[in-house]
Design a protein around this ligand. Structure first.
Ligand code: HEC
Ligand code: HEC
Length: 331
């Protein structure tokens, strides 16, 4: 029972101070063998290839100068290395671009969860004037003039062709295939005791113990996809602006921590520059206010413990990325 640490049982954390992580702690982080696809949008390898081309194609933006990959760049953990990505209007967006990795296990989408599915999410950035600024009829007319796209859509979506629904279905299918690669942490979980350092193992013990990160960063992708206020000092109401409920103020969805070292800066506002700043934030306990999660409180981590936690977070980076950029069809 000592290891029973979670959202409902933070009070027990004190007992875990000296305990090493158990097999049960480890089990939840093991990689699954298959990607879950929704019944209404099953996996189709050809649709995924088409979706990959669309994800990288600037023809989906009004001025043809920006693709999904501009802000969800594979080289930077499928996000952008600036606090707020710059959109089509040449202005920074309201929030930091979240990662597109492991979204097959995610949802609802956006920091405030306002899109239920990836298909619904994908329409947003294409048409938003501050993002890609392309009305769908313009995108459809443009893609229809590319013979290769026309034949791909006619073949894969018979009787439907190029529509908003088929475009977003293809993009979402590709996105579900963006899975973070095997990391040292995975090799350690699989039994290779030398895959991560003793310091990183101490960091894992803290992650599931004293620091209680696991309360929200659970499961193999290391997020419970839940919404919490972690006490960042900005005015964005997050989920609260969607639901209108005061108790939802400042709540944002916990991101996956896979490949986290590649994904600076951090948080919905991109306000934390590096992992040390993240650890400093959690160690300090955040801004005290009514909505602050009961799982966020000063942690009292020593310098050594902070280094260990950081060493553990570094083991979540995949050994190598195998994503190549697609060759786009010509007009
Ligand atoms: C100009 C930068 C920009 C472009 C271009 C862009 N995005 Fe995003 N994306 C963002 C930002 C910023 C957010 C978070 C917005 C929010 O939560 O309010 C986001 C959120 C997302 C999410 C939600 C992730 C999650 O876990 O909640 C997905 C998925 C996504 N974008 C996919 C796409 C796709 C697909 C495209 C192309 C059709 C695209 N994005 C184009 C910046 C961009
Ligand atoms: C109460 C739930 C909760 C706990 C406990 C928690 N987190 Fe988080 N974490 C979140 C939420 C929610 C966000 C996004 C917050 C935001 O942007 O406003 C987040 C964001 C992060 C990010 C940034 C991810 C990104 O994509 O920008 C990192 C890194 C992180 N947490 C690590 C940790 C570590 C390490 C611990 C333990 C010391 C921890 N978290 C404890 C909920 C939690």
């Amino acid at each position: 029972m000592i290891r029973m640490i979670g959202k409902a049982a933070f009070g027990l954390a004190a007992f875990a101070l000296l305990a090493a992580a158990t097999e049960a702690d480890k089990a939840q982080f093991r990689r699954p063998d298959t990607i879950p696809f929704p019944a209404e949008s099953p996996y189709d390898p050809q649709i995924a290839i088409l979706g990959k081309m669309l994800f990288f194609d600037p023809r989906l933006s009004g001025a043809q100068n920006m693709s999904c990959a501009t802000c969800h760049n594979p080289s930077f953990g499928w996000e952008t290395p600036v606090a707020r990505a710059i959109g089509a209007a040449n202005e920074p967006l309201g929030r930091h671009a979240p990662t597109a990795i492991n979204v097959a296990w995610g949802g609802p989408f956006f920091w405030d969860g306002r899109a239920a599915t990836l298909e619904a999410q994908a329409s947003g950035p294409i048409t938003a004037d501050k993002e890609m600024n392309a009305p769908f009829d313009q995108v459809i007319a443009r893609l229809s003039q590319v013979p290769e796209y026309k034949s791909w859509f006619d073949r894969l979506f018979p009787g439907e062709g190029i529509t908003e629904a088929s475009i977003t279905r293809a993009i979402a299918t590709f996105e579900r295939t963006i899975v973070s690669g095997r990391a040292p942490f995975d090799r350690w979980l699989a039994g290779d005791e030398t895959a991560i350092s003793a310091q990183a193992i101490q960091g894992f013990d803290l992650f599931v113990g004293k620091a209680n990160c696991v309360a929200c960063h659970s499961g193999w992708t290391m997020t419970d996809n839940g919404f919490d206020d972690i006490g960042l000092p900005d005015d964005d109401l997050g989920l609260g602006a969607i639901t209108g409920a005061a108790e939802d103020h400042h709540k944002f969805e916990s991101p996956s921590l896979r490949n986290i070292a590649l994904r600076a800066p951090y948080m919905h506002d991109g306000s934390l520059d590096d992992l040390q700043a993240v650890i400093d934030h959690y160690n300090g306990g955040g801004v005290p206010r009514e909505t602050l999660s009961p799982d966020i409180r000063p942690l009292g981590l020593s310098e050594d413990e902070q280094s260990a936690l950081k060493a553990f977070l570094m083991t979540l980076t995949e050994d190598q990325s195998r994503i190549g950029t697609p060759q786009l069809p010509t007009n």
